[in-house]
Unconditional design. Structure first.
Lengths: 547, 345
């Protein structure tokens, strides 16, 4: 792994001056730390993806098939015919540049090819050359260029420097969405065997076993059982999870990040405490044990192949509806694609909260409810006894995850929950231009949270971290909350690099901290075993001092 | 010659070339029919056909997924408040979608959101560099001035094609020429158009990143429109042409009884020819963003995917890892771990 330069070394080199040479003549610099390794053939074979070969970027071994140009151009034509978005987005850009300084990768690297407009031109130039008369005749003058190996390499470099976050699309006067082009561009790359290893490994594992870490059913159960024991140790409350249980009312699907690594695991403990508290009749599935959809990072089709498991399992188990955990791209996929892929979903019922009786009419076709919607409804109906003081040690700001923000529009539910589980004054928003629909991506989403591209990840996450640092320095914020498992996987690394004083937390973790169970033991720590402020020994000492 | 110069100067010389062709071509009386009748009809024909063709090409591709960019709180629990702005930025009904599109098309909503982000360097403490994001409305202002001035100019020109001139056009002319500091009255729209086009051109050339991405296809239409604006202004205020004859020509075109009156100045033919080129060029260029925005799936779709089914016409079954295969593989381990199975062996 390449050594990552420190912030003080990285930032002075950051300027936004383009090179003197025209962009068509500048080749990408595959410098260690800035690109993802190509996928190992093993993973591609697992999911029967084409052209599984051993590839090495430093050695220039791209192992493209002989007719790769034909495949790419046919693939492009096919996608132009299947996606109006692609055709329109290719044709109508006026290169006004409004998207340029909206991209976190441009702001973090200063590389003009990370301006969404130019990243799109990398694809458009080929489209013009082969599908437009002007491009065929005038060539470069019409912004067209031949599809060469250098162009394909450039696509590989820059399409994996886009996290499909859609921030550019909010600002584009025509709604041109780089995410759509990146996704379809990655499909073209995959059609000639070019995939990145981190994403491909996750996809293959999800496909084969059930989660991106490749946990077997028994391993999954062990992990969740362990977290249930942790819950019992800390709160005295027995949370008994069930697995693959037929006849449960609700199937709960969470991203795998929530049961295998900190700090996601604390969110998982929070889910279980919450469900125990309200007596929800739910089950986990070892088969549909991954809500996160890594497949969608490489193609629409692979997204569908992985997403299949959720409804398939819900049907087999005979549940009434599905509850989904805190995950960003899982929910973007759920919202934008899932009902279209499989609908109508008549084997499930319109979701109704068994606790409050609330009908989730907004999910009546999808039959799946977001945990923040579910929890907000519980709180609104006074079903949870919460003690915000148990989160008094947490001064938090909230990171709107790009997918739930711009691919769904879930802003208020998590904030409502936060305001009910944190003491007043402990929730502080980041500057308005960096949150909600204008939120900055973590910089490592969409399958690029590998290790070999760490420098790039730290650059891409710079705008997000910079806003966190602002509220940390100004208001003493010490936690960054989010409703996304990829955030919980990537933001700790990012903040360790830019703002080491701030930790990352899920929102349901805070709910778990704050829930007052009638039969609980005296709570002296939070779910992370950190002492609470004003409880237990500390509180007694305070009381003694007061006497 | 570098990338920028090539693309800029080719566009500049193309426009100058067009001016020259029209200027000298129209001097020959025999060619006036060509410039005054044939070219305008041809241009309008190409414009209409090209426009319809391109829209059909776009529309022939389906919209497989509902992918609106959600720029506000979605409709979820009934007690979660959404103000009008959020209802428009994340429309849950067709009515609100119409509102979103209207705002986008008439007020350039997304461009109005524009920000400028700047890295404030701190030389003493490089780690302390800060990104500042502030609202930046200049591009929006330039764009809106440019487009509305253009619209007013087009409407104003309809007085040449109508007799008697309908009341609204007359009124528009009066409003547009309200500031009477020169004779004939100066139309504000013409001045605004030229100033705005200069601004859009200037930012393209002076901003290094924008210059880096700009193509001939970006300079050419701007220069063409500048040419149209400037030739129009020159014709009205400096090199006056026989306005009665111009109207005769325009009315003739509009009523399909074309006549070419003699003695209209060459500057008129320059102006008309550039307009014709703009019309003919339109369907093949980025100017198609005008109809295109109506077909942009991230803007023109209702955000109701979880409660109204969207159908993908080419949806096809995919191979996935079926539960039965999964259980076959892990059955023993699942039984040992007390995980329920379908078949015991």
């Amino acid at each position: 792994m390449a050594k990552v330069p420190k912030p003080a070394e990285l930032l002075p080199g950051l300027n936004f001056q383009p090179p003197a040479k025209g962009w068509m003549d500048v080749k990408p610099d595959f410098r260690p730390g800035t690109y993802c390794n190509p996928a190992s053939p093993k993973w591609m074979e697992w999911i029967s993806y084409p052209f599984p070969e051993k590839r090495s970027i430093p050695d220039g071994e791209w192992a493209l098939p002989d007719n790769w140009q034909e495949i790419v151009l046919e693939g492009m034509e096919d996608r132009l015919n299947r996606f109006r978005s692609l055709k329109v987005f290719f044709d109508i850009c006026v290169r006004c540049g409004a998207c340029a300084d909206k991209c976190h990768f441009f702001l973090g690297t200063g590389d003009p090819k990370n301006m969404p407009v130019l990243r799109a031109e990398l694809l458009r130039s080929v489209y013009r050359r082969y599908f437009k008369k002007a491009g065929q005749i005038l060539g470069e003058l019409a912004g067209a260029r031949d599809l060469t190996e250098d162009v394909i390499r450039e696509w590989y470099f820059y399409l994996y420097q886009c996290t499909i976050c859609r921030r550019c699309s909010v600002f584009c006067p025509y709604g041109i969405d780089m995410a759509e082009m990146t996704l379809l561009g990655r499909e073209l790359l995959a059609s000639v065997g070019l995939n990145i290893d981190w994403a491909m490994a996750s996809v293959a594992q999800c496909y084969d076993k059930g989660s991106h870490i490749g946990a077997t059913p028994q391993a999954f159960k062990d992990m969740v059982d362990f977290l249930a024991e942790e819950n019992e140790r800390i709160t005295g409350v027995t949370t008994t999870p069930s697995y693959n249980r037929k006849g449960a009312e609700v199937l709960f699907v969470m991203p795998s990040g929530d049961y295998f690594a900190d700090p996601g695991t604390f969110t998982m403990m929070g889910y279980m405490l919450l469900f125990e508290y309200i007596g929800l009749d739910y089950t986990f599935s070892t088969y549909a044990a991954e809500g996160g959809n890594f497949g969608w990072f490489i193609s629409h089709e692979m997204g569908k192949r992985l997403n299949a498991k959720i409804y398939h399992e819900a049907k087999r188990l005979g549940v009434k509806w599905i509850l989904g955990g805190e995950c960003g791209h899982m929910w973007r996929v759920c919202n934008q694609y899932m009902p279209t892929w499989w609908g109508p979903v008549d084997f499930l019922e319109e979701p109704v909260s068994p606790i409050t009786g609330t009908r989730f009419e907004n999910a009546k076709v999808h039959k799946m409810v977001h945990i923040s919607e579910f929890t907000a409804d519980l709180i609104k109906n006074g079903k949870l006894n919460l003690d915000p003081q148990r989160n008094a040690h947490i001064k938090m700001t909230f990171h709107d995850s790009c997918n739930t923000a711009r691919g769904m529009g879930i802003f208020e539910e998590p904030r409502y929950v936060i305001n009910n589980v944190l003491p007043e004054g402990n929730f502080i928003e980041m500057p308005p231009n960096t949150i909600r629909e204008k939120t900055f991506c973590c910089g490592s989403s969409s399958g690029i949270n590998a290790n070999e591209n760490m420098e790039l990840r730290m650059q891409g996450g710079f705008p997000r971290a910079n806003a966190v640092r602002f509220v940390h320095e100004k208001y003493g914020v010490n936690h960054l909350g989010c409703i996304c498992a990829l955030d919980r996987a990537t933001l700790p690394t990012l903040l360790e690099y830019w703002v080491p004083e701030v930790e990352v937390t899920g929102i349901t973790e805070l709910v778990g901290n704050a829930l007052i169970f009638p039969d609980e033991i005296e709570r002296t720590t939070d779910l992370r075993d950190r002492d609470l402020v004003g409880f237990g020994e500390a509180a007694e000492e305070d009381a003694e001092e007061a006497e | 010659m570098d990338f920028f110069k090539r693309h800029f100067f080719v566009s500049l010389f193309a426009v100058l070339g067009l001016v020259t062709v029209a200027y000298f071509g129209s001097q020959a009386a025999s060619l006036q029919v060509f410039f005054g009748v044939v070219v305008p009809y041809l241009a309008v024909l190409i414009f209409l056909e090209g426009l319809i063709y391109r829209i059909i090409v776009w529309a022939r591709s389906p919209v497989p997924f509902r992918i609106p960019t959600t720029a506000g709180q979605n409709k979820s629990l009934p007690w979660i408040e959404r103000d009008l702005g959020e209802q428009l930025d994340n429309p849950a009904t067709f009515k609100h979608l119409v509102g979103r599109m209207a705002l986008e098309v008439l007020a350039f909503r997304s461009l109005f959101r524009n920000l400028r982000t700047e890295l404030r360097k701190d030389p003493a403490n490089p780690e302390g560099d800060r990104l500042i994001h502030w609202s930046y409305k200049w591009l929006w202002l330039g764009a809106i001035a440019f487009h509305y001035a253009f619209l007013v100019i087009i409407l104003r020109h309809l007085r040449f094609f109508t007799e008697p001139v309908p009341m609204p056009f007359q009124l528009l002319e009066h409003v547009d020429g309200f500031f009477q500091f020169f004779t004939p009255a100066v139309y504000l729209s013409g001045v605004v158009l030229v100033v705005a086009a200069f601004y859009l051109m200037a930012r393209r050339i002076t901003n290094p990143n924008l210059r880096y991405i700009s193509l001939a296809a970006d300079y050419f239409p701007l220069l063409l429109i500048l040419g149209i604006g400037i030739s129009g202004i020159l014709m009205r205020y400096v090199y006056k042409v026989d306005i009665i004859a111009v109207k005769e020509l325009a009315l003739g075109l509009a009523t399909f009884h074309p006549v070419v009156p003699a003695g209209i100045g060459a500057i008129f033919y320059v102006h008309l020819f550039l307009v014709c080129v703009l019309f003919a060029y339109f369907p093949f260029s980025k100017l198609m963003h005008a109809p295109g925005v109506f077909l942009s799936p991230s803007r023109n779709m209702v955000s109701n995917n979880r409660w109204v089914l969207h159908v993908n016409p080419w949806n096809y079954p995919v191979k996935f890892h079926h539960y039965d295969e999964y259980e076959d593989r892990f059955r023993e381990a699942m039984i040992e771990a007390d995980i329920p199975v379908e078949k015991e062996s």
